[in-house]
Write a protein that binds this ligand. Structure first.
Ligand code: ATP
Length: 291
């Protein structure tokens, strides 16, 4: 096999809580991670020279060692006996720096592809163990599906699959720095923490209404006052029929969950027309794990 096309799937957070700030500056989190069927398309090719080359449709993305694709390919070449190198073509659709683990999922996809193409026979667990060296979200992107992420996001527990439903994604044209969000997060007795265990119980009982009622993202307490457009998008999704809407990760992407495809399609068209968001996608929950 000299060439492999792979989908690098995005994630949303159905719950995001920050438990505490550690002495080393990292934050301890409890997050419910969920894969959705919005993806970057990667074409990975074997090349003779032991090099890593990257091409992408997004001119502002790095194509050198700063791209997580490069880091992933290098990690595989350093850890396994690989002859030659790889050329990767990235068709980016996932909003960048937007709370959807776009870079991490590209890294995961390259690791998966190289494992197959070079017949390395590394287990999923082994790839996950290596992937954390690139970033805390990479092991989850290798695992996929519904999972609880704890620690700094790298301690994963697989959860029963989330109810399949249409998901509307809207990313406004603002940039939100993850660093700014965490630095400005106030953790005190007034902080409203989402009840992550309750959301998990709602998912287990397949109750979409309850999931939407209980879902919460503690980081909205920083982003919404600073970027009111996030709340405008959430409100529009709900008034257009979403059962619930919330910001993913540290934002600014907002997702809406729907119990009916027709309503979701109308909300999708209306969001595009509104001009509130620069990138708008209609997709759904994706639960198949990587084989
Ligand atoms: P979060 O971790 O909050 O979900 P994010 O994953 O949405 O954030 P990315 O899309 O991964 O954020 O982008 C973060 C930064 O990483 C960007 O500024 C970009 O320049 C850099 N980057 C490196 N490689 C990639 C890649 N393959 N895709 C996207 N961004 C990349």
């Amino acid at each position: 096999m000299d060439e492999l096309k792979v989908k690098a799937l995005a994630k949303i957070n159905l719950g995001l809580d920050v438990v505490r700030r550690r002495e080393d500056g990292y934050h301890e989190v409890r997050m419910i991670m969920q894969t959705i069927h919005l993806f970057d398309q990667l074409t990975v090719k074997k090349i003779e020279k032991p090099e890593i080359t990257i091409h992408t449709n997004m001119s502002f993305l790095p194509t050198n060692e700063n791209n997580l694709i490069y880091k992933a390919a290098k990690l595989m070449m350093d850890n396994f006996d690989i002859e030659g190198g790889v050329d990767v073509d990235l068709k980016k659709r996932i909003p960048v720096a937007a709370g959807m683990a776009g870079g991490s999922t590209d890294a995961a996809a390259v690791m998966y592809a190289m494992n197959k193409m070079f017949d390395l026979k590394a287990s999923r667990e082994k790839l996950m163990e290596l992937g954390v060296k690139i970033g805390a979200d990479v092991p989850y992107c290798i695992m996929r599906g519904t999972a609880l992420a704890e620690g700094i996001g790298e301690e994963l527990t697989s959860l029963p699959p989330m109810i399949k439903c249409p998901v509307l994604i809207a990313k406004p044209s603002i940039s939100v720095s993850t660093k700014f969000v965490y630095e400005n997060l106030k953790l005190d007795e007034n902080t409203v923490h989402p009840d992550i265990d309750k959301i998990i119980a709602d998912m287990k009982s397949k109750d979409l209404g309850a999931v939407c009622r209980d879902m919460g993202n503690v980081l909205e307490s920083v982003t919404i006052p600073n970027y009111p457009i996030i709340d405008d998008i959430k409100k529009k999704m709900v008034s257009d029929g979403a059962v619930g809407a919330m910001m993913s990760g540290s934002g600014p992407t907002v997702f809406g969950l729907f119990d009916d495809k027709k309503t979701a399609e109308k909300a999708f068209a209306s969001m595009k027309e509104s001009g509130l968001a620069k990138q708008v996608y209609l997709t759904d929950i994706y639960n198949t794990r990587w084989s």
